[in-house]
Design a protein around this ligand. Structure first.
Ligand code: T4K
Length: 370
């Protein structure tokens, strides 16, 4: 069988991209908020219905910057989820803050809002939940808790681009939301990311922080770094955005085909569609429990047939070696996340994945259970 990886980048045609970047050869303007950057920013603000979108060279630096922009006191505590990519927790720790891990819900793997309040102390400054796999957090409950306790909410929406709840974009919840536009995402700019927010002062700070803290030709007001999206990245975004709806429709067909084989199989659990949510079909996580084979056996059987599924997210971040000294470390403190991490496999999913390949992948999986 031809090799199938967990995902494959969506790309415009070669000709479409060349046409888009032709102007860069005329202008010699390659980065620092040029015409492609400006065009993509405008298009995203319109698409997401969010007053401010500021573009980044990747999602991680976007998250690090938005946390930095909030100017929390060092040593402050941030309630977050361990069931995520390394980036979420690293962005908190690299800002001199302490992650406090909240367990996740059993049905959609997002932060369990019922467990947040007992974790709040006088040191708590913010909540950083993750719309993991594109599943939306309980934004109403989380935002209500944050308001009650005067906390900021920064959503890691890396997986949730183009997801809507009751017709409102995932960009619009909390004080800010971060998207990743990495090559592996539903919408990519090769590498890339964005912060979305409504606050004029916040976006002004972010725009300076990502450009060395420069506020004008002769003035530097923050100790900022360099996290700007370049023109080639932005041009890829402008092209990919034209095809987004079609990409999502193709992903939907792939997910429906998987469901036609796997839904209802004993010992296999897929996330149910969320109520009032328009999904983006970013990932296909499957939990194996009480199936004839465990997650690692299914992973190995697929691998043997040249299919690479991934154990996103194993290990969970509160069991990372680099966090061993954290007082809040320890997978046993978040039992649902630990349970999921040992049993979840994300199956190959991308717009151009042939339905016949989905059939074969499911055959391999179902055979493991016999
Ligand atoms: N928060 C969350 C919740 C995140 O999941 C992420 C990133 C971030 C924050 C940070 O955002 P960024 O700074 O990355 O924008 C990948 C991605 O690199 C990472 O973006 C993503 N999450 C994470 C979940 O997955 P790897 O190490 O699994 O990627 P890799 O290189 O193994 O690629 C996976 C598959 O994708 C390959 O087998 C084939 C395909 N692929 C990969 C690349 C690099 C392509 O088709 N084209 C490509 O260019 O981390």
């Amino acid at each position: 069988m031809e090799q199938i990886l967990v995902t494959r980048s969506s790309m415009p045609s070669f000709e479409e991209y060349c046409e888009e970047i032709k102007k860069l050869w005329d202008s010699h303007w390659l980065t620092n908020m040029g015409v492609e950057h400006q065009a993509l920013q405008r298009q995203l603000e319109e698409k997401l219905g969010c007053p401010h979108v500021t573009l980044y060279t990747n999602g991680h630096l976007a998250l690090e910057n938005v946390i930095a922009a909030m100017e929390f006191p060092k040593g402050g505590e941030v309630i977050t989820t361990p069931f995520t990519f390394a980036s979420t927790t690293h962005a908190i720790v690299r800002n001199g803050l302490t992650p406090v891990f909240c367990d996740v819900r059993e049905d959609d793997y997002t932060m369990n809002a019922d467990l947040i309040e007992p974790l709040i102390t006088e040191k708590t400054v913010a909540i950083v939940p993750v719309h993991v796999y594109g599943n939306l957090c309980d934004v109403e409950a989380i935002d209500a808790i944050a308001k009650k306790h005067g906390l900021k909410v920064i959503y890691d929406a890396a997986h949730a681009f183009a997801v809507q709840y009751k017709g409102v974009s995932s960009a619009c919840f909390g004080d800010a939301a971060m998207f990743s536009f990495h090559a592996t995402k539903v919408f990519n700019t090769i590498e890339g990311g964005a912060v979305c927010c409504r606050d004029d002062a916040l976006v002004d700070t972010l725009n300076k922080l990502k450009n060395f803290g420069i506020s004008g030709p002769e003035n530097v007001v923050y100790v900022g770094g360099n996290a700007k999206m370049n023109e080639f990245q932005a041009a890829m975004g402008v092209c990919n955005l034209r095809h987004l709806d079609e990409e999502i429709a193709k992903r939907k067909a792939v997910v429906e085909r998987y469901r036609s084989h796997l839904d209802g199989v004993k010992g296999i659990r897929l996330c149910a569609p969320q109520q009032d949510v328009e999904p983006n079909y970013a990932y296909l996580p499957v939990v194996f429990d009480g199936f004839g084979a465990d997650r690692n056996e299914v992973f190995a059987a697929l691998k043997e047939q040249n299919v690479t599924a991934r154990k996103y997210f194993y290990p969970i971040t509160n069991s990372f070696e680099c966090y061993a000294a954290l007082p809040t470390a320890g997978a046993e403190k978040t039992p649902v996340a630990a349970y999921l991490a040992d049993r979840v496999l994300t199956l190959p999913l991308y717009a151009d994945l042939a339905l016949a390949d989905v059939d074969r992948i499911c055959d391999i999986i179902l055979n493991c259970g016999k």
